[in-house]
Write a protein of this length. Structure first.
Ligand SMILES: Cc1ncc(COP(=O)(O)O)c(C=O)c1O
Length: 441
């Protein structure tokens, strides 16, 4: 079909990711413009963004500082390869990310998405063990309900069966249990105490299969896409101890938890646990230009010895690794986080957000509420024989009737406002959810 024969607003050609395309095209939800905490739809109706875009617009939409940095960069240097060459902004951004990272994680490998950031971490882990003469260490351990993107490595360690069902066989991996008690933990505010027992499951896996066969454990400091399952207070520390005991690398996938979602630059800081690698994406550019990255301990990178000045030690990279527009957006974004104290602002809003979301306890069909930082899950009982339907209807009603844009994880409504949210934005979102739940029954 030539472009002249396309109908204006034809919705047919775009195969939407992670979307029921049929339902969407019957009743579209079009976001046409944005600013701060708000979107406007294609009819000019103002909406409140309750999910920071897709967990990425942490400083609010269409920030002028970021837009100007991107425009300026596009006029100055549109593209430069980072294979064999480099450009000023990408070095600047890498140094700025390292400044925010836990001590020791002082190298950054750039990519274009969270999926690539996680994939890079897994590849580095395997390559590291080959380089230090432990080639048997090839296996990985993920966790139930985890999401590490959609590439084969990330899918293999991901714990959401719907995402991998159609695409196997995958890489061999083992899984830790979900770090949350779905029977007794319900309506817990913030982090539960303890949680070492969930981490101790790692010992059992290693004992069964031999620790010498494992390269890395990968976990999200907070299960995000899987439905906001909060990590208990002692859990990550215990995981770190077990990994150290057996010489296994610990990878934090901070694609969601990085850059302020938990009130700190990284979840690693909130929980005072230093992993060997951190995958990040999303908030690094405030969502304005795609970018991912993997922070790696210098002591790991050191083993990739380049034999000569002209030889490459790790054959990995993407055409757009550290793209100039993304790097410019990244530096401008980190400036905003710093200059507006946005991580601290999120920490201050957290108790208000917590009390507001937990006020939904008792609303029709609410079976659990979980929260940490500026992330919360309102889990609904599934409708009989139709898992996901009630959640979908709640999202539709929030969008079309209340002008609120939430995230959805099955029958769970996920709320993750930007770090610039006000108390009244939070109240507005929660009131809208309350109204919708009492209406849809
Ligand atoms: C923890 C985590 N890892 C990886 C990804 C994949 O990121 P992307 O969609 O940018 O590939 C996501 C996306 O939500 C994520 O939450």
């Amino acid at each position: 079909m030539s472009s002249t024969t396309l109908k204006p607003n034809d919705l047919d050609a775009f195969w939407q990711p992670f979307t029921p395309n049929k339902g969407f095209k019957k009743r579209p939800r079009i976001l046409a413009r944005a600013e701060g905490m708000n979107y406007w739809d294609d009819q000019g109706r103002k909406m409140l963004d309750a999910s920071s875009g897709l967990w990425c617009v942490n400083a609010g939409h269409c920030r002028k500082e970021i837009a100007s940095a991107i425009a300026e960069q596009a006029k100055t240097l549109d593209f430069s390869p980072t294979f064999q060459y480099g450009h000023p902004k990408v070095f600047q951004l890498a140094s700025r990310v390292v400044e925010l990272a836990p001590k020791g994680l002082d190298k950054v490998f750039f990519s274009n998405s969270g999926s690539e950031a996680a994939e890079t971490a897994l590849k580095v882990a395997r390559a590291y063990f080959k380089a230090i003469g432990q080639p048997n260490r090839t296996k990985f351990i993920g966790r139930e309900r985890a999401y590490h993107g959609v590439n084969f490595g990330g899918l293999s360690v991901g714990g959401l069966p719907n995402n991998s069902r159609a695409f196997g066989p995958l890489m061999d991996a083992d899984f830790l249990p979900l770090q949350y008690d779905v029977k007794q933990g319900v309506f817990t505010k913030g982090e539960a105490e303890g949680g070492e027992n969930y981490a101790d499951a790692l010992e059992a896996i290693l004992e069964k299969n031999g620790p010498e066969n494992y390269a890395a454990v990968i976990v999200e400091p907070m299960t995000g896409s899987g439905g906001v399952f909060v990590t208990p207070k002692a859990y990550l520390k215990r995981l770190r101890e077990i990994c150290d005991k057996h010489g296994i690398l610990l990878i934090f996938d901070e694609v969601i938890t990085g850059f302020g979602r938990l009130g700190y630059a990284f979840g690693a800081e909130r929980y005072a646990v230093t992993p060997d690698m951190i995958a990040f994406a999303k908030g690094i550019t405030n969502g304005a230009v795609p970018m991912g990255g993997t922070l790696v301990k210098g002591s790991i990178v050191e083993v990739f010895k380049e034999e000569h000045d002209w030889s490459i030690a790790m054959f990995h990279g993407y055409t757009y690794s550290g793209h100039p527009l993304a790097a410019a957006a990244g530096v401008a974004t980190l400036d905003l986080y710093r200059d507006e104290n946005l991580f601290e602002k999120a920490r201050k809003l957290e108790p208000v957000f917590q009390e507001a979301v937990h006020s939904l306890k008792g609303a029709p069909n609410v079976i659990d509420i979980r929260n940490v930082g500026l992330a919360a899950a309102v889990e609904l009982a599934p409708a009989a024989g139709a898992v996901g339907k009630r959640g979908y209807e709640a999202m539709q009603a929030l969008f079309h009737e209340e002008g609120v844009v939430p995230r959805l994880a099955g029958d769970t409504i996920v709320l993750a406002p930007a770090l610039i949210a006000s108390e009244s934005d939070v109240q507005h979102i929660v009131e809208a959810v309350k109204k919708v739940l009492s209406r849809i029954g």
